[in-house]
Design a protein around this ligand. Structure first.
Ligand code: NAP
Length: 305
């Protein structure tokens, strides 16, 4: 029987691991398919307090993991496929077939990139269509690409891609960006970045790899061909909560419903990070909620005794 199992090794899960490890609860932290979470797919993090020069996302999360290990957190890899509330404990089932029992569970499974859901997208996945500029940007040296989306991620990806690409076009479905002012300004000031407004990607074409997209003007429904070598999607994320549906309350978008103390509807089960955050979704808020979930788990264990 574990005292604490933490699902997810993003900054929320790692912070929960630091706190529960320092409370001598020897947490077992299990990473899913995306070890380190979204920060591993980003570059400069300029708004995490304590790093006046900024810090690389992968470095930040790697350091947090090391910090948790220093206090006795154990890290493992598996993929949670279900949970079950039992008398005085929670049972977690994994894809490997493993079943673990724990007195408290902190769910910090984060969120994964959203895809457009159009047929041609599947055909060109890994052949020019991707959701990660930091992973795949270097493959597009001296090429022309589009970035779909109007949020901070889209601006960040577009700016990063200008290091490699000759031209980056942001395609957004409205004529107003959702991104923060500072990110908008950075993107607008960059000569290599241009914008196509009120447009969605209706199709992707090419022989073996992407050669262009079919853009639909959402106001006139007119469709035009737009030649490009790559399509970077930055259209938000979907919370990783499939394995809890029916067991833990989630909202209409699939985010775990947690109260302001990180409690879910099941006593002993807490949620931290993007998996329960419909509003802020920042590295610092994920870390903060990881701390809260850990402290509440500790309190719950004391009360249980
Ligand atoms: P987001 O803020 O939810 O933006 C998603 C963008 O994609 C929106 O512009 C949205 O359009 C568009 N979109 C959604 N579904 C679409 C679809 N099916 N087809 C076409 N466009 C679609 O997501 P995000 O940019 O990933 O950011 C998530 C959070 O992380 C935010 O809180 C953001 O501030 C934070 N973040 C911060 C930084 C930073 O500070 N440097 C960097 C990255 C992310 P609409 O605008 O029309 O809805």
């Amino acid at each position: 029987m574990e005292e604490v199992i933490i699902l997810g090794t993003g900054i929320g899960g790692c912070t929960a691991a630091i706190y529960t490890a320092r409370a001598d609860l020897k947490p077992l932290v299990i990473s899913g398919h995306e070890d380190g979470g979204q920060l591993t797919l980003t570059t400069d993090v300029e708004n995490f307090p304590g790093f006046p020069e900024g810090v690389q996302g992968p470095e930040l999360v790697a350091r947090a993991k090391k910090q948790a290990e220093r206090f006795g957190a154990r890290f493992d890899y598996d993929f949670a496929s279900g949970i079950e509330k039992k008398e005085g404990h929670i049972e977690v089932t994994f894809e490997s077939g493993k079943v673990l029992e724990t007195r408290t569970l902190i769910i910090a499974t984060g969120a994964s990139a959203r895809w457009l859901g159009i047929e041609s997208e599947a055909k060109f996945k890994g052949r020019g269509v991707t959701t990660c500029a930091t992973c795949d940007g270097a493959f597009f040296k001296d090429k022309e690409v589009i970035v779909v989306g109007g949020g901070d991620s889209a601006m960040e990806e577009a700016l990063f891609l200008t290091k490699f690409c000759t031209k980056v076009t942001v395609v957004h479905r409205r004529e107003e960006l959702r991104a923060s002012k500072i990110m908008q300004e950075k993107a607008r000031k960059n000569d290599k970045i241009s914008f196509i407004w009120n447009s969605s990607v209706d199709g992707i074409y090419g022989e073996k790899v992407v050669q262009g997209v079919k853009l639909k003007d959402v106001k006139t429904n007119e469709i035009t061909d737009f030649p490009c070598d790559g399509v970077f999607l930055a259209i938000g994320h979907i919370p990783n909560t499939k394995f809890v549906v029916g067991k833990i309350d989630v909202d209409e978008l699939g985010y775990i419903k947690a109260d302001r103390f990180s409690h879910t509807n099941i006593p002993g089960v807490f949620a931290a990070g993007d998996v329960q955050d419909t509003r802020f979704r920042q590295a610092i808020t994920a870390a903060g909620s990881g701390c809260m979930a850990a402290m509440e788990a500790e309190k719950y264990l004391v009360e249980l005794e």
